[in-house]
Design a binder for this molecule. Sequence first.
Ligand code: HEM
Length: 421
Amino acid sequence: MVCDPGRAPGDTGSLTAVEFDPTSPAQREDPFDVLALARREQPVFYAGTFDLWVVTRYEDVLEVLKDHRTFSSAGALKSSPAPYPPEVLAVLAEGYPEMPYIIEVDPPLHDRIRGLVTKAFTPRRIAALEPRVRAITDELVTGFERDGSADLIERFAWPLPLRVLGELFGVPEDDLGRLHRLGLDWLLLQQHDLPLERRIAHARGTVELQRYFVRAVEERLDRPTDDLMGALVAERTELDPPLSIVEIAGLPLDLTVAGHVTVTRAIGSTLHLLFRHPSLRDDLCDSARAPQAIEEILRLESPAQGLFRITTRPVEIGGAKLPEGARVMAHFASANRDGCRFERPDALEPGRPDGSRHIAFGKGIHFCIGAPLARMELAVALPALLERLPGLRPAEDAAPEREELFFARGFRSFPVSWDPP
Ligand code: HEM
């Protein structure tokens, strides 16, 4: 091989010397050394703790994402193949266990659901949101700019995308805080290594979230609205057979969660990079350079570090033989730092010629449906934030806290200070 798939400083030359443990504090902070070593030594490896085959090289990750017949998304959201404990199942049975989520279904259902969203979630609808993104950004910053310090995750990075999605779907502002909490329940329900009481609580939150969106869809059957949820309800009859209420309700649920936690993470990761690379500020504040800077942030930080698939047949990939039914993690973050795809893969180089090849939004049939919205939100919000908070720096008295989910990269809190007006 002429290229170098990884950097691995202090590389001992053997994967056995390295433990893949994305939940450890050290690897939450920097998972990249381990992944680089894996790309070099054992590009597809089995992580026993998670019962996952982790695919780390760019070309192999693409193969997984493009071959959805072999690498199925059905039921792949769960972080473990182990069934839910009976106590959790009993709670889930009170909701809509059959509710499909676009991110974890295969064709033909995936084609039907995705076709419906594509019809309703148009570029025009996204463009129409831009002035609202600007206004919400201004309003949020006005709420704290005189304070001189804040946790920007709590005050900005999660309310912004959530309010944007609220407007998109016609969700009342008063409900957003609750939806944020319930969305985290839905995500954390997938994480199997939590104590039973927490898993039960996350199941309760999930059921409440499902009911919320089923009710919202039902209301629109009686009283049509022109928000995205109303458009999905209206378009559903175009399909033969039409999607059911529960199938429709899975969409705003999935999009609301997928569409806010990821943007929250991207904003947090931007702060993290900015404090290490102050020149990034100029890139982000120059409207001509900002889009490429945003792509580079997404490549380097990959807010969704990786997502899951299940093999439908025995398959060989990256030198590893996977049985049928193997759980696979397509590691976007690792692929995005593969030295065989990106020159100087660990360097922040906005405008790099290979920058558009990153797969932080995935690839293939599940490619992120919200990518244009996410890009627009970041391009509007980041420069506004930096211009209105001069001298932005990490807070001296509190450190940022990393997010809990092992397949995500972002922050739960990011305390900062600045020179108030
Ligand atoms: C920086 C922000 C974002 C990142 C990094 C991101 C990342 C991703 C990735 C990697 C996938 C592929 C999943 C897979 O292959 O299994 C995906 C799918 C998806 N994303 Fe995003 N996303 C972002 C923002 C958004 C937004 C704003 C929305 C909605 C408004 C959204 C909605 C979705 C949906 C619904 C899917 C599933 C599509 C399908 O299965 O066909 N995402 N996203």
